[in-house]
Write a protein that binds this ligand. Structure first.
Ligand code: TMP
Length: 236
């Protein structure tokens, strides 16, 4: 597989073309950003950790019947993926209130939600990724029909079921996470992007210690150690 020119550079990854038009290579970066990149940092080795974590999670999801863009891990920080057109919606799935939900609605941080909440945010940095409803998503042409939004919600809940149970066995609480989806050349909706401590919140079940990007967002220190701990528990 030959790596060709860069297609796109995001906050956490670079995307490269390959000699196969249906495949791309995703390079996981060490950069860390928060609050729409108002806060920037870097953690040497984070890209490798995230590539390994995301690879393991995509393999687990595929094993459980969830279709993803993952093809194979090519090197420490390089993942081969199917080429998809990204749907500009960030699907956030929440089990426990924290972050922007607590801030927006005043629900106490750490309170278990009575049911799993799925939210849509419009993926637009200039607008600061605003929370949107189904009608907004249709008006913004994010998808063609409300059925596609139902598919995103359904897959979001399925991913939650698989991951919540998996991480529970690793003594971790899956607090919330963000998913992105893309459409492949045949029109299939595939889970895309990454699933890492950059895009999820994990708390230790016993100590409630935060083991994710909140350590960077909130200046808690030991960012890399937290990501290493997540990989270690996934592999054990
Ligand atoms: P929030 O509470 O800040 O809205 O975050 C909800 C979840 O989504 C959390 O697991 C972190 C993740 N997330 C991203 O992956 N990217 C983002 O840009 C934001 C704001 C959150």
């Amino acid at each position: 597989m030959q790596q060709k020119e860069m297609l796109y550079e995001g906050k956490g990854k670079k995307l490269y073309k390959t000699d196969d038009e249906n495949l791309v290579i995703s390079e996981f970066k060490d950069d860390l950003t928060a609050f729409n990149a108002e806060k920037r940092g870097s953690e040497q080795g984070k890209g490798i950790l995230n590539c390994k974590i995301s690879s393991e999670i995509f393999k687990l999801l595929e094993k459980n019947g969830i279709k993803t863009h993952y093809v194979e891990t090519l090197a420490d920080n390089l993942m081969l993926c199917k080429f998809v057109k990204i749907i500009p919606i960030e699907v956030v799935v929440r089990n426990i209130a924290t972050g922007s939900l607590s801030k927006r609605l005043g629900i106490k941080e750490g309170e278990a939600l009575p049911f799993t909440l799925v939210e849509f945010y419009y993926k637009d940095d200039a607008l600061g990724d605003p929370l949107i409803n189904d009608e907004h998503a249709l008006i913004l042409n994010c998808v063609k029909s409300v059925e596609s939004l139902d598919v995103l919600r359904k897959i979001g809940r399925e991913v939650n079921s698989v991951l919540r149970e998996f991480f529970d066995k690793k003594n971790l609480i899956l607090v919330d996470f963000k998913l992105e989806f893309g459409v492949d050349k045949d029109g299939n909706i595939l889970l895309a992007d990454e699933i890492t401590p950059d895009s999820c919140r994990f708390w230790d079940k016993d100590t409630k210690e935060k083991l994710d990007k909140d350590r960077f967002r909130q200046d808690l220190g030991n960012v890399k150690m937290a990501y290493e701990e997540i990989l270690k528990r996934i592999l054990n």
